[in-house]
Design a protein around this ligand. Sequence first.
Ligand SMILES: [Ca+2]
Ligand SMILES: [Ca+2]
Length: 246
Amino acid sequence: MFNVKKTITILAALVLFMLITAIPAGAASDSITISSAIVKAVPGETNVDVAISIENNSGLYSLILNVEYDSSLTLIKAVKGTALSSMNLMAPTENELLDDPVNPIGLLWDAMEPDATNGLIVTLTFSVSSEASGSCPIKLSYDPQNTFDASFATPEINLVNGGINVAVNAKIGDVNQDGEVNATDRMILARYLAGWEGYEEKIKSMEAADIDGNGTVEAKDRMLLARFLAGWEGYAKYFPSVVSNR
Ligand SMILES: [Ca+2]
Ligand SMILES: [Ca+2]
């Protein structure tokens, strides 16, 4: 009886060992991901911020990220974010970009020690041409010759492209499209989000209701509209068309 038990324990340990070793190292879902945000703007808008972020960062010594942006966009500045904070970001200055608006632009991060932080790596600020409309893509690629992980190998990096969606007609925040952004829009949006019957039809533009422009109409949009209407500082930037009409 004792021996049978022992044999079972050994077999169980063997099976467990085989299961563990069968799991492939560095499955694709664990690879480093660098993604660009998708934001909303109106034609002719200046200072449109697009965040570029990193996730699942296992540690980088060096990264060259190439950003190719739509011809309707002009890059104004590139400001280092809170992630990859121990690395140096080599990017053109605002004046250099003014003289020579490079596209695609190569952004170089390098460090003495590998950096494994996650989050915002750079904020790119664009101006949008007054003729722009629809989607203006921002495409990412990286230079495998100059991108190293902690073991000086080129890591696999998932890249997620982003862009700026330029809405010509939708006045952001004007949920019922009556030309005004006011408490009625806030009420319609709040009731729609609460699932009240008949309120989906009252939203005449989902584009106008998606205030942060992330593609989804959700509680955050209601919060942004409520704070803007209450006059909170820092919220006017979400309503560029309202500001320019004042
Ligand atoms: Ca309205
Ligand atoms: Ca939204």
